[in-house]
Write a protein that binds this ligand. Sequence first.
Ligand SMILES: Nc1nc2c(c(=O)[nH]1)N[C@H]1C(S)=C(S)[C@@H](COP(=O)(O)OP(=O)(O)OC[C@H]3O[C@@H](n4cnc5c(N)ncnc54)[C@H](O)[C@@H]3O)O[C@H]1N2
Ligand code: MOO
Length: 588
Amino acid sequence: MKVFGVTGWKNAGKTGLMERLVAEITKRGFSVSTVKHAHHAFDVDHEGRDSYRHRVAGAHEVMLASGVRIAQMSELRGSAEPPLSDLLARLKPVDLVLIEGYKREPHPKIEAFREVAGHDLMAPQDGTIAAVAADIALEVDLPVFDLDDTARITEFVLRQVGLIAEAQPTSNLKPPPLKNDCFALPPGVNWTPVDEALEALRTRLTTVVGRETVPLELACGRVLAADLVAKRSNPPLPNTAVDGYGFAGAVPEGEAVFPLIAGRSAAGVPYQGRVPDGHAIRVLTGAALPDGVDTVVLEEDCAISETQIAFNGPVKHKSNTRKAGEDVAEGDIALSKGRVLTPADLALAAAVGFGELPVFLPLRVGVLSTGDELVEPGQEAGVGQIFDANRPMLLSAIARFGYKAVDLGRVADSRVALTDQLKNAAAKVDVILTSGGASAGDEDHVSALLRESGALAEWRIALKPGRPLALGIWDGVPVFGLPGNPVAAFVCTLIFARPALSVLAGSDWRVPDYFDVPAAFSKRKKPGRREYLRARMRGGRVEVFKSEGSGRVSGLSWAEGLVELGDEGREISEGDLVRFYPYGSFGL
Ligand SMILES: Nc1nc2c(c(=O)[nH]1)N[C@H]1C(S)=C(S)[C@@H](COP(=O)(O)OP(=O)(O)OC[C@H]3O[C@@H](n4cnc5c(N)ncnc54)[C@H](O)[C@@H]3O)O[C@H]1N2
Ligand code: MOO
């Protein structure tokens, strides 16, 4: 859905402007819905009303309906406020959603401004503001409208979101003003915030691989295909944790002497009889406790003869023993479906009775490079040609993630060759990663082909680097059309492809771990998009690569992780905390 926002300080005239825009846009035949961010404690209900009583009684949602109106109230009851994207998803489709407030969200906005409110203009500090509606003349580098000129503001908003066509220039063709910032929003383009894109992937993808059973020792790194219910408790019987002497009950402070009975209990060779009260028996680590024994004293603490042991109390009841099932009880879920099995998991699976495990078939991930300019690394490169750097990078990242990397080679910028190659690939892999040809240029065949096959969701993501990401389905196989620039391809792989592949492979959505660490750099970042900088830790601070150019492969290699700068604008000074994701957090 198309969205546009009205922002501004308190008393700036936001609600009046919203009201006039809703009326005018509706009058022009477009359907409009609105979202307003309100105070924490807002309430549309009133004490004593029936609906209020339903709510206080604990109803999850209360719906109030009549022949003219329906109101639906949801109580968060302490859970986090849902993001704007969730709220938008609840609305029925309309031509335009107008949003009042939510100034930190990246959608385009108009700022309402009234002099009496006594605030500074927000627009100069906020790149998501596309125009200002003010009650005085202002000097800013953006379109400024009279706050009451509803007709012109409406035209502007409708043009911005693409509901009416851009006015054709009447004079000679004039180039658009040059903008250095490659992420400036073209009119009408809706940028997908990173979190929204991730959420869409998370909710739309499911496991695509089949299952098999493999011997335990071959299961490391595989994804468990069913919950593993312990067949046997660990330990199966109460046993001794040390080499020593077992008897029944606690021993008080002072000297204690126990007569020894003949025989012993060893791991795997338990004592068969019963130990009489007041007697002790030799026990070895791991041995089942004989009947009549529930406490063990360490042999190093004892004086020992053929017939007796003596030691100093106190010894607590049940000292040095392990309860049956204290680790895992029979019937417990020892390992959950979707778990990527580690060496330790194999120990656990063995301990609770499994010699083979149900696992998902390895996810086969095909990697294809596109572009006439590419030649194989190490071969002769002609004028204007470059070596295919993305393919070795992506193939090895896939292998590190634990999947089966399938080299699909290179393909020229030709629709026919690409069609052939995708057809071929779809028969032998579960998912395809392409790089290059993802944006909208003449030679961007990946996005064009997927668009033609009717299964493309082309995302322009509010992300740097990695803005164009083409997602589609080819013969039932998901295709990630990664941008060609190596840095953008790498970042998109870590941020989008990795968690998605994890779900396709039968595991969970993966959220990488991070550290908030002091910056060794300073930077000013605009609001409205997320940025990832090539970074590494040195001397307890995180430094970033000298250039943000998305073709600079040397920076990827220099880096040992990524610094993430959130969607909001930020002025970072040295020493400020920034979020650092070591490459290891992405499984590299
Ligand atoms: N008019 C516009 N141009 C571009 C936009 C835009 O929005 N409007 N977006 C830019 C951004 S951001 C990126 S990223 C790239 C993505 O472009 P494509 O995915 O279509 O990729 P290509 O054009 O094919 O290649 C881009 C760049 O990367 C080099 N490349 C491609 N494959 C490889 C490889 N396997 N190994 C090494 N280098 C590779 C290629 O030679 C190009 O230099 O589009 C911008 N343009
Ligand atoms: O940001 Mo593009 O996605 O060069 O890198």
